[in-house]
Design a protein around this ligand. Structure first.
Ligand code: AMP
Ligand code: FE
Ligand code: FE
Ligand code: ZN
Length: 287
């Protein structure tokens, strides 16, 4: 029998992923992934479609979202919510607000990018060029694709390095304690995404994870696409020693080179053994 993989961090076209939820379920099946989560930025619009596509083909879909959060001096910490009620009206209104505030920010970033393009003697991008790649929660990756389409950059990474990091404008962020409380209120568990994005200095990262645990964090994404084996081992040990849940997710957007659903860097498999403790914790949050 072939072993079962999971992938709890996948982006769809409802945020900055290239594929629809239905297409993602189809790709996941081909990778032997039998449980997955669409964790879009500021949106849960893809969860229902994925759930329906999954149940037709034998893939379990766990509801999820990825929130942008601030904590102490760190901005844009990514927090995953799993098992959440995607129909909670107050939560949906909150997400609407975050997506709306992205609109003003996207315009500001585009102005900065256009100033760079003008200085290089290139023609401007219009918001329509960006919206052509978007249907939900819109952000810098959509501007990256517009730059790629024009041939101004060769890869999405190149677009970030040359334009979107230097021209960035901060988003609006959830305060960490509010984000964790909101995820719990709607029956979910809160998991820190790609923890090394906070700091690659593990002596610095450890105490931050401890502080988040005290605030009510339930788990950390031990197996993720950002981590190298030594970092993953550090995260695994941290979770084991502190009693935090461990999760696994590729952060697949469908545009990164060499990244597959169900696997991390260097082909590390995401094992389904992580699922049972996660479901147990979701049950205990829901009481
Ligand atoms: P935004 O929420 O608009 O700031 O966009 C952030 C998203 O851009 C992240 O969730 C990633 O999907 C993507 N991203 C951020 N940095 C990079 C990078 N250096 N290369 C490629 N994609 C990136
Ligand atoms: Fe993203
Ligand atoms: Fe993220
Ligand atoms: Zn993500």
């Amino acid at each position: 029998m072939r072993s079962m993989n999971i992938d709890l961090h996948i982006h769809s076209s409802f945020s900055d992923g290239a594929f629809s939820p239905t297409e993602l379920v189809g790709i996941a099946v081909q990778q032997d992934v039998r449980a997955m989560a669409i964790a879009d930025h500021d949106s849960v619009a893809g969860v229902e479609e994925a759930t329906n596509a999954g149940s037709a083909i034998g893939v379990t879909v766990l509801s999820a979202v990825e929130l942008s959060v601030k904590f102490e001096e760190w901005q844009d910490v990514h927090l995953l919510g799993y098992g959440i009620n995607c129909k909670d009206e107050k939560f949906l209104l909150n997400l609407d607000g975050f997506r709306c505030r992205r609109e003003g920010r996207n315009g500001d970033i585009l102005e900065r990018v256009n100033a760079c393009l003008h200085a290089e003697g290139r023609s401007r991008l219009n918001i329509e060029n960006v919206l052509a790649f978007a249907r939900g929660s819109i952000g810098r990756p959509h501007i990256a694709r517009a730059l790629l389409e024009r041939g101004y950059v060769n890869t999405v990474e190149d677009a970030f390095r040359r334009y979107l990091v230097p021209c960035n404008v901060p988003k609006s962020y959830w305060p960490m304690d509010e984000a964790i409380a909101e995820i719990h209120r709607i029956g979910g568990v809160a998991v820190l995404a790609h923890p090394t994005s906070i700091s690659k200095d593990l002596a610095r990262l450890g105490p931050v994870i401890d502080a988040l645990h005290l605030l009510g964090l339930d788990g950390i994404e031990v197996y993720n696409n950002m981590g190298w084996p030594l970092e993953i081992e550090f995260l695994r040990r941290t979770a084991e020693e502190s009693g935090l849940l461990m999760t696994a997710g590729s952060d697949f957007h469908g545009i990164e080179e060499g990244l597959e659903i169900g696997r991390g860097r260097e082909g590390i498999r995401f094992d389904s053994a992580l699922l049972a403790p996660l479901y147990e914790r979701i049950d205990s949050v829901r009481g």
